[in-house]
Design a protein. Structure first.
Length: 168
């Protein structure tokens, strides 16, 4: 699959967001074992590609999906109560931050604020919103599985190393 930076049409749709200094701060926040900027790019690019294939409004999809996790709370190191609150409320935080920098359409606002359905109670109004919700779920699961596989591989390497040293 092509990298998002190889797709000039996609880059032209989201360039202003990627260059935003506040948005760039997402690169320093751990999210699903990666960073929130990379997660948002994956969700945005895959949603854009699928939306374009389905003849949906891929322009709004690309932009809103990129902004769907535009919040700064560090949910990875928070306690359980805070994590649950952030999980449910972060679409509102992301919408608030995105609205500070961009004039969002009703559809873009809906995509951002409903991307956690059914965990967050707002039901998506548009097919584009449903698409981003589903892609975000798939990307999140993929990121978690990648992290788990990497941790398992590291643990198995350590066990193997210990076993070999034990045999010596």
């Amino acid at each position: 699959m092509k990298n998002h930076t190889d797709n000039q049409e996609y880059v032209s749709l989201v360039q202003d967001i990627l260059e935003n200094q506040e948005f760039q701060k997402l690169q320093g926040i751990v999210h699903h074992g990666h960073n929130r900027l990379d997660h948002s790019l994956r969700v945005s690019y895959f949603s854009y590609r699928i939306g374009k294939m389905l003849t949906l409004d891929y322009r709004k999809i690309a932009r809103a999906a990129l902004l769907h996790d535009f919040f700064f709370e560090d949910n990875e190191s928070a306690n359980c109560k805070t994590r649950v609150k952030t999980l449910v409320r972060h679409p509102e935080y992301a919408l608030e931050n995105a609205s500070k920098y961009y004039d969002l359409t009703e559809m873009e606002r809906d995509i951002i604020v409903t991307h956690m359905f059914p965990i967050s109670p707002r039901v998506p109004k548009y097919l584009e919103s449903w698409l981003v919700d589903l892609v975000d779920d798939c990307v999140s699961v993929s990121e978690k599985l990648y992290l788990a596989r990497r941790e398992f591989s590291t643990a198995m390497s350590f066990v193997f190393f210990c076993f070999i040293n034990y045999l010596r």
